[in-house]
Design a protein around this ligand. Structure first.
Ligand SMILES: Cc1cc2nc3c(=O)[nH]c(=O)nc-3n(C[C@H](O)[C@H](O)[C@H](O)COP(=O)(O)OP(=O)(O)OC[C@H]3O[C@@H](n4cnc5c(N)ncnc54)[C@H](O)[C@@H]3O)c2cc1C
Length: 281
């Protein structure tokens, strides 16, 4: 149960309040997860990000910067947000929740049915994080979002300030499988690539798999870039061989394996189609 609500007006102050708050202290942005009945995020004290002016979207020379407390709906209604991200924002089917849920909150949760993480990893998004070092000094760093996922313990307690999409020509496509738009998804998967040279380079395939987590399919990424696969089905056959896929409410492990491989084939095909048409999207 939340016993204390702390208002702050700067990233430094928010981070200080979080660190001094001890165990059970959490940031609160849209509050859709933290205030959710049955949430796995336990909060005894919350540090509000509302007074930090972290919302808003800007574009310069094709580089789109999205403030962490921008809501899903604000991003959907903004004309500079790329269509591939709008598609992922619509994976949150509730208009009410889209008006509260923030992009920073979604990334920070790293949920195994994450709406946005696969797409942002495939897009090679970068995060601007604020933190307080051991000497008490406030600093900011710019990291690839894949690092935020790979070294999650390291970024525990960091404040996401902004998300940067700095690859305007990148091909990115995603798929999500859930019983209804309001249900938890068995799989959300995204493939991104630089296709400017007429072949897929810098490929990223990321998947949020219920019960497994957010993972990258690095073997398939490398196989595509090195031209190992004669067909899209060959690429798909190598997807998720090392993953443990569990039976749960969203489907069996065998079902998840099936939709994972079928999705890799489909997304790779879409990428090759985009190349043959001579552009990203
Ligand atoms: C019915 C229901 C279904 C849902 N289904 C899904 C789903 O399928 N997939 C999914 O991804 N989400 C789901 N959610 C969770 C949620 O709606 C979204 O993930 C949302 O984007 C979280 O953002 P928020 O601003 O509401 O986060 P909050 O609830 O405010 O915070 C969530 C966590 O993120 C941290 N946080 C927030 N902002 C920052 C920041 N800027 N920097 C660092 N840490 C931060 C907080 O400390 C807290 O631990 C669901 C929620 C509900 C109520």
């Amino acid at each position: 149960m939340i016993g204390e609500f702390i208002r702050t007006t700067s990233p430094r102050e928010s981070l200080g309040a979080l660190h001094n708050g001890g165990e059970g202290a959490q940031f609160i942005a849209g509050g859709t997860e933290i205030l959710r009945l049955g949430s796995l995020v336990e909060a005894k004290k919350v540090v509000s990000l509302k007074g930090l002016n972290l919302s808003g979207i800007s574009e310069e020379k094709g580089i789109v910067t999205i403030g962490a407390t921008t809501t899903f709906q604000e991003a959907l209604e903004n004309e500079v947000v790329p269509p591939y991200l709008k598609e992922a924002l619509l994976y949150c089917g509730s208009y009410t929740r889209r008006n509260m849920a923030t992009i920073g909150g979604n990334i920070a949760l790293r949920r195994d049915d994450s709406y946005l993480s696969p797409t942002l990893i495939a897009a090679k998004a970068r995060l601007i994080l604020g933190d307080i070092a051991s000497d008490g000094k406030y600093g900011e760093e710019n990291i690839p979002i894949r690092e935020y996922h790979s070294f999650d313990g390291h970024f525990e307690g960091s404040l996401i300030l902004r998300v940067v999409l700095n690859k305007p020509k990148r091909f990115v496509a995603s798929l999500r499988y859930a019983r209804t738009v309001q249900s938890p998804a068995a799989l959300t998967i995204s493939l991104g690539a630089d296709i400017s040279s007429g072949a897929p380079h810098d490929v990223r395939i990321a998947a949020a798999i219920k019960g497994t987590g957010v993972v990258r399919l690095i073997e398939v990424e490398n196989g595509i870039m090195e031209g190992h696969y004669a067909t899209v089905e060959d690429a798909a056959a190598h997807a998720g061989q090392d993953l443990v896929l569990v039976d749960d409410i969203t489907g069996s492990g065998a079902y998840k394996k099936y939709i994972l491989t079928a999705s890799v084939a489909e997304l790779y095909k879409q990428c090759l189609d985009a190349i043959s048409k001579g552009g990203a999207q």
